[in-house]
Design a protein around this ligand. Sequence first.
Ligand SMILES: [Zn+2]
Length: 309
Amino acid sequence: MSKETTPGAIVHYNRGCALAMKGEWDGAISEFRTALLIDPNHAHAHVNLGNALSLSGDMEGAISAYRAALRLAPDDAYAHIGLGATLAKQGNRDEAAAEFRTALRLAPNDVETHNNLGLVLAEQGDWEGAITEFRTVMSLDPDHAVARTNLGKALSKLPKEKGADGNVQDQSALSEKDRAIIQRLGEPEASADPVEKQKDLMRLFGPAHYVVYAHSLCATALYQRILSKGHVIDPEQTEEFAPNEILGHEDIVLDQGVPRRRGITHCDHCGVQFQAGDGKYVSYCVLEPDELRLWQEVKNEDKGKSEQP
Ligand SMILES: [Zn+2]
């Protein structure tokens, strides 16, 4: 927002926001435009004008408004998000993806932007990129049902795409075992049994899950809360840590397919920051019940295979 916003512009801007909240786009657009006549440097008024125009169907107008905002405030994540969403609506996927990626550099935990980037990548046929985004949404917001559905769809597309052209990007990065699984998924009979297909995908990508950390005093309450939400915990992935194993250490999360380090800073139950004087910590690997059941089947099958002479 401009430092020297005149009072008149603020009044119109606030009226515009109030009308936009009610879905009165025409009135909102007119108020934002009046605010911008008084103060053309009001970046938020440009962003909100863009949102109102985009929602009212004026994509070109919206794009100019977002670009005007970005000339004034290049690091405004909301302007990048709005511009990306409008470009995506127009079918301009490359530019939309670029805007979403810029927004995520500025606001890495914006759940909806990860989901929207995943959708754009899926539309481009980049299933692996899409899967990474949907998994990131699930790790940030395990209850995000839309992302979960999107993840399922993207996972089901993956083998067909791979089988169709027989090519897998960056073959050299794949292990012998992964290559065998991908080859199996590419064979026509692979799609006959959806459960087997899902298991093979799990062998490649692991189950969809997220990891939480808690003070050991908070662990039971967190456990109960996870169960009450209908999620389950993988007992084999439950770990205990001493303070020196957590403090200053980081968790690795995937960000647009690139491993990124995220500090383990606070208890996921009470929200209090971890400190050197704390007792032990517990971490849980949280999944959906179906995911855990299938994951255990996969591990048992693979164990059985490796034990055969
Ligand atoms: Zn706690």
